[in-house]
Design a binder for this molecule. Structure first.
Ligand code: HEC
Length: 553
């Protein structure tokens, strides 16, 4: 920041005055240096600047601090009196710096003038002089910004503006709107480079660090029995392995385990337990395996073909998992289409299913069906031994249909696609078909925001997080395209309350991948628990892996 000579002189004078007057109430505001107190607001008390600041607040701050500035969860109130007596210069300094470890982004990328306008608004809001932002605030820079004019969503539905770590949500089948209640949006993420100061936000007590970056389309993550971390770089057909954790939370070694695959995604070890002999990979049209022994950083032999999988069309990811006794291999294969009737579309044969075989002699058959796309994630719950899945439901029925979901999977269970959804709701595009399946369609355990794009999940078996997290489920939500104001782009926690079963609730856990103006810089895909108990999240927006650890601070 550059200051003119007059500004400096007046700043020095002002600092002398403010130091003198503030002496009595000398509370340190986020350890702001004395030089911060000295910065003078060029717009002090100017209504026009406060108005401009209000618009900027709505666009940049409202999502966390709220319309009334009251905050929520770990986001502090700006109107509880604490800011009174804090110098404008300190507020300016603080929003410029941000407080990355505690979830307050830096706003240094906004021009200085705009930051001062925000300060003008925030300080007048704090002193009760400014009216809070109305439900819809003006902004018109892009389609996304236009969508941000939308009024706040009605609970239980939400969007990225209101995702805050620690917020609990619960959607039930009775909350669903009618099909086409809103029009179908085409609002895919145009991923931008991560602004230097943008950083994922976790609940209080957790720290977020960059574990690895410069990767190529990082997707599925899996921790090997010996603690090595395996990653599928799907677009480049590569499996990478990371080993160790340095003092500053970075891998000590990184190597390419295998390359030249088609489009690998799911990775798992066989047999289950501490001493695997093989690593299985869901490549898009087949399951293959490489020999693997603890400690291998490179495949010691060529791959073997295990099973053919239907492929082509949409939904190319193939998640693979073994039952705890090693007698069943599960493979999730998503539908080729959004909602084609499988009776009349032979290309949908053995798709939108979870398939199963005996790994000793793999002949795939259907384990559970009507599951539009669980290719993003299946996993066994270690506490109950049940198979669970994370599912992308169908599009083009409006903003708040159909909820994505996470559920335990019933053998032989029917989950609705393409004729029914979330129990006995008929898809209007399949009207009159398969009435006999109406009551068979299972309502899943945890309904997520529609269009979230729920992908990999893991059950927390680490020792590092507080005890209440033991056995709970964490899932990566890649983020919406078919919703007017985007949603997802976060990691969620599904509380299981030590029972191994879900109650329907979930919580926002790791957010901040969408900038306040709606541009996206990060998209969670894979998730795994490292040997030290920290949580690793792959992100194919910024081509990185993030590490979330608990510090208690
Ligand atoms: C992603 C969520 C998020 C956004 C967006 C956000 N903040 Fe914050 N803000 C926080 C959190 C979390 C804290 C607490 C940080 C700490 O205690 O170190 C905070 C703290 C603050 C504080 C200090 C309050 C106090 O009493 O200590 C101010 C002032 C503030 N924010 C202003 C803003 C302004 C102005 C904007 C918009 C330009 C903004 N914030 C946008 C999350 C956010």
């Amino acid at each position: 920041m550059r200051l003119g000579a007059t500004t400096i002189v007046s700043a020095v004078l002002l600092s002398l005055i403010s130091i003198a007057t503030l002496q009595a109430v000398d509370k340190k505001f986020h350890d702001a240096p004395d030089s911060a107190k000295a910065l003078k607001n060029p717009y002090e008390g100017q209504q026009e600047a406060a108005d401009a600041g209000k618009t900027l607040y709505a666009r940049n701050c409202l999502a966390c601090h709220g319309k009334l500035g009251k905050g929520t969860g770990n986001v502090p109130s700006l109107v509880d009196g604490k800011l009174e007596g804090v110098a404008s210069g300190e507020v300016f300094w603080f929003i410029t710096q941000g407080s990355k470890d505690n979830g307050m982004p830096s706003w240094a990328f906004l021009p200085e003038q705009k930051r001062w306008q925000i300060v003008t608004y925030v300080t007048s809001l704090a002193s009760g002089k400014a009216a809070p932002v109305a439900a819809s605030s003006p902004s018109a820079v892009s389609r996304t910004a236009a969508a941000l004019k939308d009024p706040s969503p009605h609970a239980p539905f939400t969007d990225f503006r209101y995702e805050v770590p620690g917020t609990t949500r619960k959607i039930t089948a009775s909350d669903l709107p009618e099909p086409f209640a809103t029009q179908s949006s085409n609002n895919g993420a145009e991923v931008v480079a991560r602004p230097e100061k943008a950083w994922p936000v976790a609940p209080a007590g957790f720290k977020v660090e960059l574990y690895a970056t410069g990767l190529d389309n990082p997707r599925w993550l899996r921790t090997a029995p010996n603690g090595d971390i395996f990653l599928a770089e799907s677009e480049s057909g590569r499996i990478r392995v990371f080993r160790g954790m340095s003092g500053d939370g970075k891998p000590e070694q990184m190597q390419v385990f295998a390359s030249g695959l088609k489009r690998p995604y799911g990775i798992t070890f066989y047999p289950p337990g501490p001493d695997p002999q093989w690593i299985y990979i869901g490549d898009t049209n087949e399951v293959i395996r490489f020999p693997y022994h603890n400690g291998d950083l490179k495949a010691s032999g060529v791959s073997q073909h295990i099973a053919d999988l239907p492929s082509g069309g949409g939904h190319w990811t193939r998640a693979v998992e073994f039952s705890p006794d090693g007698k069943k291999m599960f493979v999730a294969v998503g539908s080729a289409s959004n909602d084609d009737d499988t009776d009349t579309h032979p290309g949908e044969k053995d798709r939108a299913d979870i398939l199963v075989c005996d790994p000793a002699n793999c002949e795939l058959k259907i384990y559970a069906y009507g599951i539009r796309n669980a290719g993003g994630g299946i996993a066994v719950n270690p506490q109950t031994g049940e198979l669970w899945c994370s599912v992308n439901e169908r599009d083009a029925l409006g903003d708040n249909l159909v909820p994505d979901y996470i559920t335990h999977v019933q053998e032989g269970g029917f989950y609705g696609w393409p004729w029914w959804y979330i129990g006995a709701h008929q898809d209007p595009r399949q009207k009159g078909k398969h009435p006999e399946l109406k009551d068979k369609a299972i309502v899943p355990d945890v309904l997520l925001q529609p269009h979230n794009a729920s992908l990999e999940f893991t059950f927390y078996q680490g020792k590092q997080f507080p005890a209440e997290y033991g056995g709970e489920l964490f899932a990566s939500e890649h983020g919406s395209w078919n919703k007017a104001v985007r949603v997802g782009y976060e990691v969620i926690r599904v509380p299981l309350h030590q029972t191994g079963h879900a109650t329907g609730e979930y919580q926002d856990f790791l957010t901040g991948f969408v900038l306040p103006d709606g541009q996206v810089w990060g998209r969670p895909v894979g998730i795994a628990v490292a040997a030290d108990g920290s949580l690793l999240v792959s992100d194919d927006g910024s081509n990185s892996i993030w590490r979330v650890s608990y510090t208690g601070k």
